[in-house]
Design a protein around this ligand. Sequence first.
Ligand code: SF4
Length: 316
Amino acid sequence: MEDKIRLGISSCLLGQNVRYDGGHKLDRYLTDTLGQYVEYVPVCPEVECGLGIPRESMRLVGNPESPRLVTVRTGQDLTERMQTWAKKRVGELEREGLCGFIFKSDSPSSGMERVKVYNEKGMPEKAGRGMFARAFMEHFPLIPVEEEGRLHDPKLRESFIESIFTLKRWREVVQDRKSLGNLVGFHTQHKLLTLSHSEKHYRAMGKLVAEGEKLPLNELYTQYETLLMEALKLRTTLKKNGNVLQHMMGYFKEQLSKDEKQELLEILDEYREGYIPLIVPITLINHYVRKYQQDYLKEQVYLNPHPMALQLRNHA
Ligand code: SF4
């Protein structure tokens, strides 16, 4: 990939002193590790909508589905101000080519989920979404989103990073000349990756591409992107990955020796049982792909969906 992946991010996670108390919430994994592959577009809703630093802290109150944003000490209602700004800002972000957004958890402006919403008795319920996060997710329903806290979970991290790298590759195809051939090329490379998320989407995308000539190209690309991003939102599991690995093994039927077959089957079983991480069977299959020059599998993004240095697929 020539350009870095562009990701929106809550500014305080980059170490910017924009919090209500003048502090930040620097997350070193995001800046130092993931930061090597991405270019961040920082957004601080509270500062950008014109509130100062420091400022009074605020919280969500009322109905969790449509709460109001109110300052804690003086009870100032900032709902309209924030909503008006958020609507304008998400419109501007359309031009930024974002492949994802990382939100600051628990914030009444930026939190993605389980943000406290206070009822009329002053009791909190963790059922809300920050006001800007809500506007962003409604405006860009297909763009991958996560929170910094959830990204410490290896599975959620892997899933988010796989999605942003895939969306970046897709964007490059879209920016190139639109053609059925280019779409078929992308689809072929991403078949097994898609299958590891959803067999239903894998089949639907295959059908869409096979009948691609029946649709205008723009419509075809839009429908394909929707299916792709929907598929990526569905979690991979040991069972789904196990099926993909088994499927790949079929490509070596003729070449693998009895011993090699036995070893691979044992490793697949250990993976399915949850004893070893995905990187183990993937490494062995990559070895056979090279050894036996398996051209179809060589092209599969599933075998190499993100840089090794990110150390994903390492958890059992
Ligand atoms: S959580 Fe959001 S609103 Fe609060 S300081 Fe961070 S970026 Fe700004």
